[in-house]
Design a protein around this ligand. Structure first.
Ligand code: G4P
Length: 541
């Protein structure tokens, strides 16, 4: 135990200890367009944190999945995320929780829910390509919650776009102010390093730094004659450019960053492990610790003594050896400890958690203790759903973990009717994971699947076959969109159900939903039934 940790242990009250431990957590996700370098950067971050020893570990895993899988696109998306959706590592006396997000837009629902469990995000941009479509969408999601964003302009070791132009693009397309913190010196073959605008020092680029402890060569001060000795004309160019940048860009303001209005920008090269430490420093120094989380009754603060948390993701087959499903729970307050009894609030039942898992060093370990911001994995035997809340007894329902009304629908048929039980079981479990949504029409036997992206159907078909031995056929269905139904007047609701039974269904959690054949049909029905509310999202069962 180091001195700092010892000081915390010695802190007088339990409440203070909980607050001190929580304040050391940083929980964030990397958002990027595919190929910008998320996997590479993740690996380097883990190297810095000592969570892995060798560069190539994460990449190799991703690559081998590519090679062995017919299911390239899907596996590519699952890539490291299947094995390690959550990675925890220590950095400068802090505990960093890195949450993986699927890059493909068809899994945006999953991404959205992961982003509800973080306190900040790291946006990776390929400096040769600039802002790409998926980045725009992900940033929109972050903006809904004003999540603070750190930006990393990657691949400066290649010919990239003009840095000033990149900042302009981020500002105009993503509508977020940029505050450059490091500034690149050249690019591609002439990439020399970066100038740190706040520290007035130059970090020299050396390709291929793989070890985390390798000291980086630094020149202090922009006016340092060493600069001219080393770089000749490029030194002068840099001085001019820095003057320009200082004049033309926004200075970093912590308050604006925390409010999600401004993003500090770093330049570097993930593959060369260059600029990565600066990001981690920014994360620890500037990014917020665990933030309060809203419930239907009150906001829960991270330093409250009593444990609370919510489930934002469920994942199957994390370990192909054991067919298990893990529910990812974000701790929102208090201290979780091994063997604790916690209340599953939807089921109103206490459960003892003796084998929660943590995701340190890519190995699964038993959780001994966890604090706000940490993610723990609960073994799920079908009782836990996305959005479920847990506490030590207080009736709380965390909000903001939504299901979206699907935009794509398919009727499911099976080739072999004997397998109908397996089909139902498989679909129910896949629905609980959020892989798809299942609707059971009030009239008629065939189930209808709903998804936000078409790849989701492919995943479902693939997994039904691989995991449940069911050959399913998906057919087009005359449904354009769905809306969840609520109505405070029981009589009106009963009438509605009776009259529109052909267009109504129950979802996997038993909620009533209206399946509209077209937008016009939906609008007309809404007009005809003013007392009924049609919801485009639902939060919990
Ligand atoms: P992703 O997870 O965001 O999809 O991106 P990933 O890290 O897989 O990186 C995509 C490609 O970009 C990889 O090349 C990777 O090596 C490369 N890359 C990442 N960071 C840098 C960088 O700083 N500089 C340069 N020059 N390239 C970088 P690939 O050819 O697709 O894969 P591989 O054969 O290198 O594994």
């Amino acid at each position: 135990m180091n001195d700092f940790a010892q000081t915390i242990e010695n802190t007088s009250s339990r409440g203070e200890r909980v607050a001190a431990k929580a304040a050391l957590r940083r929980t964030f996700a990397i958002i990027s367009h595919p190929d910008a370098g998320k996997t590479t950067l993740t690996e380097k971050l883990l190297l810095f944190g000592g969570a892995i020893q060798l560069a190539g570990t994460v990449k190799a895993r991703k690559a081998s999945r590519h090679a062995t899988s017919d299911w390239m696109e899907i596996e590519k998306q699952r890539g490291i995320s299947v094995a390690s959706s959550v990675m925890q590592f220590p950095f400068r006396e802090h505990v960093v929780n890195l949450l993986d997000t699927p890059g493909h837009q068809d899994f945006s629902e999953d991404t959205y829910r992961v982003l509800t469990a973080v306190d900040s995000a790291l946006m990776v941009i390929d400096a040769a390509k600039g802002v790409e479509t998926q980045t725009v969408k992900l940033l929109d999601v972050c903006r809904l919650r004003d999540t603070p964003i750190i930006t990393f302009m990657n691949k400066m070791d290649r010919e990239a776009r003009d840095p000033m132009e990149l900042l302009d693009e981020v500002e105009s397309v993503l509508k977020i102010q940029c505050a450059p913190v490091t500034w690149p010196i050249g690019m591609g073959k002439r990439f020399r390093g970066v100038y740190h605008l706040l520290r007035d020092s130059i970090l020299l680029f050396q390709p291929g730094q793989e070890s985390r402890n390798q000291a980086m060569e630094v020149i202090e001060g922009l006016d340092n004659p060493q600069m001219d000795e080393r770089f000749g004309d490029q030194a002068r160019e840099l001085r001019d450019e820095v003057e320009l940048v200082r004049g033309a860009s926004h200075p970093f303001k912590l308050e604006a960053f925390l409010a999600g209005r401004q993003t500090p920008v770093f330049f570097g090269s993930a593959i060369n492990n260059f600029g990565v430490r600066e990001i981690l420093d920014a994360l620890v120094d500037w990014a917020p610790g665990p933030q309060p989380r809203q419930t239907t009754t009150r906001a829960v603060k991270p330093d409250e003594e009593k444990f609370t948390g919510f489930v934002f993701k469920i994942q199957a087959n994390m370990d192909p050896q054991h067919r298990d499903r893990i529910a990812f729970l974000r701790v929102c307050s208090g201290r979780f400890e091994r063997g604790m009894r916690i209340r599953h609030l939807r089921m109103n039942r206490d459960i003892q958690i003796s084998n929660a898992i943590t995701f340190m060093a890519q190995e699964r370990e038993q959780v001994e203790e966890a604090y706000a911001g940490d993610i723990i994995g609960l073994h799920n035997h079908g009782n836990i759903q996305i959005g479920d809340s847990f506490s030590l007894g207080e009736a709380l329902q965390f909000t903001g973990v939504p299901y979206f009304a699907p935009e794509l629908f398919r009727r499911v048929r099976i080739k072999n009717p004997i397998k109908v039980k397996q089909l139902h079981k498989g679909l129910q479990q896949l629905a609980e994971e959020g892989a798809t949504q299942v609707f059971k029409p009030l009239n008629g036997g065939d189930l209808v699947l709903g998804a936000v992206g078409v790849l989701q159907f492919e995943v479902v078909a693939h997994r039904l076959k691989a995991e449940y031995g069911v050959d399913a056929v998906f057919e087009p269905v005359n449904t354009h969109t769905a809306r969840w139904i609520s109505c405070s007047d029981a009589r009106v609701l009963a009438d509605f159900e009776k009259k529109l039974a052909d267009q109504l269904a129950h979802d996997g959690a038993g909620n009533l939903a209206y399946l509209a054949s077209s937008r016009v049909n939906l609008e007309l029905t809404q007009e005809r039934w003013p007392q009924v509310t049609f919801h485009a999202t639902r939060e919990h069962a």
